[in-house]
Design a protein around this ligand. Structure first.
Ligand SMILES: C[S@@+](CC[C@H](N)C(=O)[O-])C[C@H]1O[C@@H](n2cnc3c(N)ncnc32)[C@H](O)[C@@H]1O
Length: 257
């Protein structure tokens, strides 16, 4: 398929309309926050000065997502009203809120900024997990080496494992340095990233190519698990999404990997 395991360089408001409806299993994204961010090295985030074209993407994000699935979106707390209007008018409704606790202050104003946040948004009526993950999580600093607001792959991987199945297709329309796609690939999922800036696309493709050259020993287990899930579904016994994450955890413990 043209649209899997790729990082597409372009404007997601133009690329998303080309993606078939209900073809994506999970969206994990970190759009510009609308805060005109500029870091100590003078680096900026494209479209961070105008949220309109950013928020316009969520209509198509909803359309391309399958029924009874999730979109996890980071957001800027000072524009929560605009983000919420856009998510709701697309059709999403919130089913959870995640907070990452930082061990350091990323800025100081009226308060010290010591957290990041994201909403867990649902399309349709997804089944609840048997063992939900905590909504308060530890932040791991990425070092922002490649991108000024780079998320560490390790904070995204547990979300992908909890809200998708092995082999699922995970989309990030505001891909940046590709942390979502890299986490998805590490978790044995397929990925699709869209990013405006060519240098971030290049970096992500190089990381993913390196990952592809060193196949994990878990791959066969992940593939077998995906086959089992598909077979169960054919029999009319859909497994809860967290079944896969629990099975993978057990496998890691049992096999020592
Ligand atoms: C907050 S950053 C994402 C950072 C990413 N999570 C990471 O770990 O590197 C948002 C990204 O969206 C990109 N962007 C902004 N508008 C876009 C658009 N219309 N289409 C695609 N990408 C866009 C920016 O270039 C930026 O890299």
């Amino acid at each position: 398929m043209w649209m899997e395991n790729q990082i597409i360089q372009g404007d997601c408001t133009q690329v998303l309309p080309q993606i078939p409806s209900e073809s994506i299993d999970l969206v994990v994204t970190d759009p510009p926050y609308g805060v005109r961010y500029i870091d100590r090295r003078g680096r900026k985030v494209a479209n961070d000065d105008d949220l309109k074209p950013v928020l316009a993407a969520f209509g198509d994000v909803y359309r391309v997502l399958k029924q009874n699935r999730f979109c996890i979106s980071f957001y800027g707390w000072n524009h929560v009203d605009e983000f919420f209007r856009s998510w709701r008018s697309a059709g999403f409704y919130p089913v959870g809120h995640l907070v990452w606790r930082k061990s350091y202050a990323s800025s100081r104003g009226f308060l010290e900024s010591r957290h990041e946040q994201a909403y867990l948004l649902a399309k349709g009526r997804p089944a609840k997990p048997e063992k939900p993950i905590s909504d308060v999580r530890e932040w791991h600093y990425s070092g922002n080496r490649v991108h000024p607001t780079q998320k560490d792959v390790s904070i995204l991987k547990p979300l992908i494992e909890s809200f998708s199945r092995p082999g699922d297709l995970v989309l990030d329309p505001f891909s940046g340095s590709g942390s979502t796609s890299i986490a998805a690939a590490e978790a044995g999922r397929r990925y699709l990233g869209i990013e405006l800036e060519p240098q971030y696309c290049k970096y992500t493709r190089e990381c993913l190519a390196r990952q592809g050259n060193s196949p994990r020993r878990a791959d066969r287990f992940t593939a077998a698990l995906a086959d089992f899930g598909a077979w169960m579904e054919e029999q009319g016994h859909a497994l809860p999404l967290d079944f896969y994450a629990r099975a993978e955890r057990e496998w890691h413990i049992a096999s020592g990997h």
